[in-house]
Every structure is written in structure tokens, then in C-alpha cells.
Design a protein around this ligand. Structure first.
Ligand code: HEC
Ligand code: HEC
Length: 172
């Protein structure tokens, strides 16, 4: 983009999103791949049209069986995070594969997730600019909960991943 179209793309320093790694320098908050991706959605898409595209990306991430992209023959299971948080996403992968956070499997997995999220984001942007964007994912594990709690909390991520099922929390 920078080479073909110049500014503003030529002004974007590649290190701008380096801090996103590990869910913001290892804090395990929002998956860093999403932080970079929504930055680019914000760069290209008009303000009022960004929300539905970002919602689609977040909901897709929550349910994706990562990583789809595996460049080597390292063996490991793909896992679904049911969350957009780095902590939940990575730890689910570590537990299901019985590996540590500094393992080659984890490093390759997160590299693969970066490629997956970049690819899906480009697909969403291309769909948007050819007027073909259609949301196909919606947040999971929230419907029942927000029917009662919509004004008590802020959030769209899977409630059940953190709180457990309704019957585990309530007496009714
Ligand atoms: C039918 C309405 C209803 C639904 C559906 C519902 N809740 Fe609740 N929830 C309540 C009420 C009422 C309380 C009690 C509020 C209070 O403690 O003052 C409550 C309390 C809670 C609390 C606080 C518990 C505590 O110990 O303080 C959490 C957390 C919670 N709900 C999460 C959820 C989640 C997650 C879901 C979906 C899996 C859910 N709720 C679905 C009505 C609902
Ligand atoms: C990343 C984990 C996480 C997710 C996802 C999450 N919560 Fe929570 N939630 C918490 C924590 C931590 C607290 C504060 C401690 C507590 O009350 O359990 C909390 C508190 C609450 C409370 C109690 C508020 C109060 O007044 O005491 C409710 C109700 C609640 N969450 C509902 C939800 C609903 C509904 C969703 C889904 C839309 C959701 N949560 C998603 C972690 C989470």
C-alpha cells in the first residue's frame, strides 16, 4: 500500500503495533492480533461502518479453531478459545496441548494466529469495499445472560467462559 499509494500508508511505522504482542506486552488482555487488525479497519473504513466489521472479526476470533495456518510440520491440536482474550486463548491452547508458554508449539501457534487474523481482516475489508460484507458470526455465550444483565455490565465476550453456566451462578 505504501509503495503503490504513498500517504497516509507510507507514514505507518511497522513498530506501531509491536506493543500489542502477548495481549499488550505480555499482559494477556485482548489478543494482539486483534489490536493490530482493528487499527487497520479503523484506517480504511469510514467511522460509521467500522462497528459491524469489527464485531464480525471479534465474534469469528472467539469461535475460530486456531491456528489454521501452520507453516511447519510441528504437531499440535487446534483450539477454540471462546474468548477474544490472549490469556484465555493462549492458556486454552497450552492446556489442551500440554505445552508451556515458551514452547516452540506456542510460538508457532501465535504466529499462525497472526496470519489467520490478518487474512480474515483482509477478506473482510475486500468484502466491504466490494459491497459484499455480511456478518456471519455473532457473539456466543451471551444471549441468555444479557437478556437480564444488559444494563449491569459492559461486554460482548462469552460470559460462560468466565462465569460458567447460568445454573452454576444462580439459584433459579
Ligand atoms: C432471568 C434473568 C437472568 C439471567 C438469564 C441471568 N442472570 Fe445473572 N443474575 C440475575 C439476577 C436477578 C441476579 C442477582 C442479582 C443480585 O445478586 O442482585 C444475577 C446475578 C448474577 C451474577 C452475580 C452473582 C453474585 O454472586 O454476585 C453474575 C456474575 C451473573 N448473574 C452472571 C450471569 C451470567 C453469566 C448469565 C448467563 C450465563 C446470567 N447471569 C443469566 C438474573 C439473570
Ligand atoms: C474475562 C472474564 C469475564 C467475562 C467474559 C465476563 N465476565 Fe462478568 N465478571 C467478571 C469478573 C472478574 C467480575 C467481577 C467479579 C465478580 O463479580 O465475579 C464480573 C462480574 C459480573 C457481574 C456481577 C456484577 C455485580 O454487580 O456484582 C455480572 C452480572 C456479570 N459479570 C455478567 C457478565 C455477563 C452477562 C457477561 C457476558 C456478556 C460477562 N459477565 C462476561 C469476569 C468476566
Amino acid at each position: 500500500m505504501a509503495q503503490e499509494h504513498g500517504a497516509p500508508y507510507s507514514y505507518i511505522p511497522p513498530q506501531m503495533y509491536n506493543n500489542a504482542k502477548g495481549g499488550i506486552v505480555g499482559w494477556g488482555t485482548t489478543c494482539g492480533t486483534l489490536i493490530s487488525a482493528i487499527g487497520f479497519i479503523g484506517l480504511f473504513v469510514p467511522l460509521e461502518e467500522q462497528g459491524p466489521i469489527v464485531n464480525e472479526l471479534m465474534a469469528w476470533y472467539q469461535q475460530a479453531s486456531f491456528p489454521y495456518y501452520k507453516p511447519s510440520d510441528l504437531e499440535f491440536k487446534q483450539t477454540v478459545a471462546n474468548s477474544t482474550l490472549c490469556h484465555v486463548s493462549v492458556t486454552t491452547f497450552l492446556n489442551e496441548n500440554n505445552v508451556k508458554v515458551n514452547s516452540d508449539e506456542k510460538i508457532e501457534r501465535c504466529g499462525g494466529v497472526s496470519a489467520d487474523v490478518a487474512k480474515y481482516t483482509i477478506e473482510l475489508l475486500n468484502a466491504h469495499f466490494s459491497n459484499k460484507f455480511k456478518a456471519v458470526h455473532s457473539p456466543q455465550g451471551t444471549d441468555d445472560c444479557v437478556s437480564c444483565h444488559s444494563t449491569d455490565i459492559q461486554g460482548k465476550d462469552n460470559c460462560v467462559t468466565c462465569h460458567g453456566e447460568k445454573d452454576d451462578i444462580h439459584d433459579f
